[in-house]
Design a protein around this ligand. Structure first.
Ligand code: V47
Length: 371
């Protein structure tokens, strides 16, 4: 389906919106004020079209997914962030820690099913030494050298640096030597100090998160970026978050994808309400328009739900993440999405969104196009 963008504008009376749309068509960078205006605008369909117009220029009709598995080796965590229902104390009856054998067995199942990526992150337990993080990566990579290990958030890397008294660079070099291929985007939450002090006062701050990614990019380790939205942050703070990511991306080019994560409140100390579908779609679209230096925007079906994620593929997103198998973090907070999806289901969701399903690897290299 061809997008005739000029036709969309005929329905819009808002002059400021049209000015911003012109900027997009002329491939001019949007300002923070523009992004804020779009967040506040109620021209949802026009906003979606505009974002989709940009996405089609970058990704054509392709919408990506990956055969992957999430592994969370433990939910024991020293940080106890108020937005998180996954991390518990060691004494909590829900506390668990997977053995190395269990982990390797899960990796093997995924590998046998054609899996391309292990996404491994977890709680941060006080009793784990630095070597434990290296050992898990090394164990997976030495048994399954073909599988991509995307592991440990910047928060975990910061923690490793703290307990080992090493620099981010030393830690990341050693993780890379152990077999780490990429960093996931988790732990960014919201960069605003005001909001971060409310939802996650104890863990690494925004500067530390960004510095870990900066150093990773310098060492040739690509990474992803996230933003947790829909809790206590303002729209200005969302834009500030996007702006910091765009700045680093200008500097390094090492981010592969941006993933807005809709907040789920169930079982968290923070509480609150779920985001609306309109907010979810606006956030996808504004991210696509503002982050002109990011190639990909992920509609994470776990937080959006399968239906909104599918619509998001026409609001600027070009990726659904993957089969996942066993998502635990957002399920602890009440998401009603499945724990994992088959390839058939992801292909079906993408096809019915009018896009061409493309299986990818972690680095967005095409594995298979489902014509
Ligand atoms: O950092 C925690 C979020 C993240 C809640 O890099 C919550 O490809 C919603 O980062 N409601 C982990 N979200 C997941 C993540 C991720 C997921 C998929 C792909 C990639 C990637 C990264 O989950 C955490 C936090 O921001 N989270 N609690 C909650 N209550």
């Amino acid at each position: 389906m061809e997008l005739v963008i000029e036709d969309v504008f005929k329905t819009v009376r808002d002059k400021e919106f049209l000015k911003i749309a012109d900027k997009v068509l002329e491939e001019k960078r949007l300002s923070e004020e523009d992004a804020l205006y779009l967040f506040r605008s109620n021209n949802l369909t026009a906003l979606g079209h505009l974002a989709e117009f940009v996405n089609r220029k970058k990704n054509g009709m392709h919408a990506y997914f990956i055969i992957n598995r999430q592994i969370n080796p433990t939910n024991v965590c020293v940080y106890q962030c108020d937005f998180c229902a996954f991390g518990v104390r060691k004494s909590d009856p829900r506390a668990y820690e997977m053995s190395l054998e269990e982990i390797l067995q899960k990796v093997e199942e995924t590998f046998r099913a054609g899996g391309k990526e292990i996404h491994m992150v977890g709680g941060i337990p006080a009793h784990w030494g630095y070597d434990k993080y290296l050992e898990l990566v090394r164990a997976i990579k030495s048994r399954f050298p073909e599988i991509v290990v995307k592991a440990w958030t910047a928060i975990e890397v910061h923690h490793m640096a703290k307990i080992s008294k090493k620099s981010y660079e030393e830690v990341l070099r050693e993780l890379k030597e152990a077999g780490l291929d990429a960093l996931p985007g988790g732990g960014a939450e919201i960069f605003s100090e005001r909001a971060r002090m409310i939802i996650a006062p104890n863990k690494a701050n925004a500067e530390e998160y960004l510095e870990v990614h900066r150093v990773a990019h310098r060492l040739g380790i690509p990474s992803n970026a996230t933003m947790l939205y829909g809790h206590v942050e303002t729209l200005e703070e969302r834009v500030e978050h996007l702006s910091k990511l765009r700045e680093i991306q200008d500097e390094t080019g090492g981010f592969q994808v941006f993933i807005p994560l809709a907040y789920w409140p169930e079982g968290t100390r923070l509480g609150g309400r779920r985001t609306s579908s309109v907010d979810d779609l606006k956030t996808i679209a504004v991210s696509r328009l503002f982050l002109d230096n990011f190639d990909h925007i992920k509609a994470y079906w776990v937080t959006l739900g399968e239906k909104v994620a599918q619509i998001a593929l026409n609001f600027g997103a070009d990726d659904l993440d993957g089969t996942i198998e066993e998502e635990k973090i957002v399920h602890s907070a009440g998401t009603k999405s499945a724990y994992g999806h088959s390839v058939d289901r992801l292909v079906g969701l993408i096809r019915k969104a009018g896009k061409v399903p493309v299986e990818r690897d972690t680095f967005y290299r095409v594995v298979k196009v489902y014509d």
